[in-house]
Design a protein around this ligand. Structure first.
Ligand SMILES: Cc1cc2nc3c(=O)[nH]c(=O)nc-3n(C[C@H](O)[C@H](O)[C@H](O)COP(=O)(O)OP(=O)(O)OC[C@H]3O[C@@H](n4cnc5c(N)ncnc54)[C@H](O)[C@@H]3O)c2cc1C
Length: 280
């Protein structure tokens, strides 16, 4: 087998050109923390990698109109640092700041986390779902924005030559939290993840809630029945735990070597309780 080629793109346009020229052979390489483990997963390395690590534009985190734009090349560590202290965005800051371990957090990127179709336990995905994020996809032919939920559905069939360039977050009032259950204390992929965003009225009743669950099924998704059940009520951890227990059969947990599916679903009410408590 010939060794894969690596081209380090100096600019975004150069990366898009290189990917277009390489067609189905070309693959973006961001932090490389998923790609480097291909042999452990018994996967072949791809013939040609286009490195994104030198593209300064992809690491920018800055306001864009009333939204916050986060470049796909921002690492977990950069994200956690940039978002610290913003209550509405705490789910994302905690997801970025508590996943994996410090060395991985300095290398793994937002784009890599969202674009790895086979990675069910990605922390940033549920955090961004609960924050109602959009993603921008670019190719040599142009760019489009789509809700993260839609991107996740399209992700397995996204053609070659496309890059996720940034994530856009709407203004986040309210408060958010991200809780995860690793099997051991550190370094593990989480068994189940809950990200919660909620806005409340002056009486403390929920006016809107968004809840996303990760790691339980193959792809993270919103828990819309629980969101509806919480609306109009005071946000109470015990109450939320009871409702989550009643609605937990909305999920069919995935079995894996780390944990059986029933266990992943079974821990959800406790994670909901912790997420609600964390909002207070
Ligand atoms: C020991 C360990 C523990 C970990 N624990 C966690 C954890 O608990 N939670 C968590 O969320 N993550 C965790 N991670 C990180 C996670 O598993 C992935 O490795 C990481 O999210 C991939 O990001 P990356 O930038 O390194 O992507 P890469 O490995 O460079 O790429 C991954 C995939 O995304 C594609 N890609 C990358 N960027 C783009 C882009 N901009 N546009 C289009 N496609 C792109 C690549 O082509 C490739 O297919 C852990 C990693 C390790 C090694």
């Amino acid at each position: 087998m010939t060794a894969p080629s690596l081209y380090l793109a100096p600019t975004l346009d150069a990366a898009l050109d290189a990917l277009a020229e390489r067609g189905t052979e070309g693959t973006p390489l961001a932090g490389g923390t998923w790609i480097m483990r291909a042999p452990i997963r018994h996967e072949r390395l791809r013939p040609a990698y286009v490195g994104l690590g030198r593209i300064a534009e992809l690491t920018r985190i800055a306001p864009d109109g009333d939204k916050l734009s986060i470049g796909a090349g921002a690492t977990h560590a950069q994200l956690a640092g940039a978002l610290a202290g913003r209550a509405g965005l705490r789910a994302l800051a905690d997801a970025a700041g508590r996943s994996a371990n410090p060395a991985i957090r300095r290398a793994a990127t937002l784009g890599g986390n969202l674009c790895t179709a086979d990675f069910a336990a990605a922390d940033l995905v549920p955090a961004l779902l609960c924050l109602d994020a959009e993603v921008e996809i670019r190719s040599r032919d142009g760019s489009e924005r789509l809700p993260l939920e839609r991107f996740l559905a399209l992700r397995p069939s996204l053609g070659p030559g496309r890059l996720l360039t940034r994530v856009l977050l709407p203004p986040a009032g309210g408060a958010s939290a991200h809780v995860r259950l690793p099997l051991r204390k550190a370094g593990d992929y989480p068994t189940a993840i809950v990200s919660l965003w909620a806005a409340r009225d002056e009486a403390g009743h929920v006016t809107q809630a968004r809840i996303a669950v990760g790691a339980v099924e193959a792809v993270a998704r919103r828990w819309t029945r629980l969101e509806a059940a919480l609306a109009g009520r005071p946000l109470d951890a015990g109450d939320a735990h009871r409702l989550a227990t009643e609605l937990a059969d909305d999920f069919t947990g995935r079995d894996s070597i780390e944990a059986p599916g029933w266990y992943r679903v079974g821990v959800l009410p406790a994670l909901i309780r912790r997420a609600v408590a964390a909002l207070h």
